[in-house]
Design a binder for this molecule. Structure first.
Ligand SMILES: [Zn+2]
Length: 205
């Protein structure tokens, strides 16, 4: 989960984790002198339950605007157990509403940041990254990780060929900061890591 706090002290929460994460996150926000109700928007990088499982809880408690990539919105609203991997990992997924169906290329302002939605299928068909070209920050969900790693493609709607294409296009970015959905983040030389991932995935072919 990542928080982007804008000039008006409103929070955009990127991914909602699952059960174990949310109490910790709310405590963290309170330690910043803010409240859960300051979360005005939630964006999902993709629908897998370790990124989306807490969504219904956040919606019920704090009523943020929910942004999900257009092809994943129905699965969230229908509580799709297979596509969210809930049946595989957790056993339940609470369906909830989606307010905004994101399209690729769309820009989302967050204070001094402006993140562009990049559709990067492969780990799942509706996976997105958020890219701020000016700040050179990439929030990458499970598409790409640090140190040449990348998301697995063996879950429903995963596709190795699509992930190769997605990693190739991400490797073109002039990025400094990489904020992935798992493992460590990178500051300073993110492009090097993106290029490594694009190179290493070809070894699976
Ligand atoms: Zn995932």
């Amino acid at each position: 989960m990542y928080l982007v706090i804008d000039d008006e002290e409103k929070i955009t929460l990127i991914d909602t984790g699952h059960d174990a994460h949310r109490t910790y996150l709310v405590k963290y926000i309170e330690n910043l002198g803010m409240k859960g109700t300051d979360i005005s928007r939630v964006i999902l990088t993709h629908i897998h339950v370790d990124h989306s499982g807490g969504l219904a809880w956040f919606v019920d408690k704090f009523n943020p605007e929910v942004h999900v990539f257009e092809t994943d919105a129905d699965a969230i609203e229908n509580g799709d157990m297979r596509m969210t991997l809930a049946s595989m990992f957790k056993g339940s997924f609470d369906k909830t509403r989606v307010d905004v169906r994101l399209k690729t290329g769309e820009k989302l302002g967050m204070g001094k940041y402006s993140f562009k939605v990049l559709h990067t299928p492969g780990h799942s068909s509706g996976s997105i990254c958020l890219w701020d070209e000016k700040a050179k920050v990439l929030i990458s969900g499970d598409t790409v990780f640090a140190d040449g790693s990348f998301g697995r493609t063996d879950f429903p709607s995963g596709n190795l060929g699509e992930l190769i294409n997605s990693l190739n296009s991400l490797a073109e970015l002039d990025a400094e900061v990489l904020l992935p959905g798992h493992m460590r983040w990178v500051t300073g030389d993110a492009t090097k890591h993106l290029k490594m991932s694009a190179k290493y995935i070809k070894m699976l072919m």
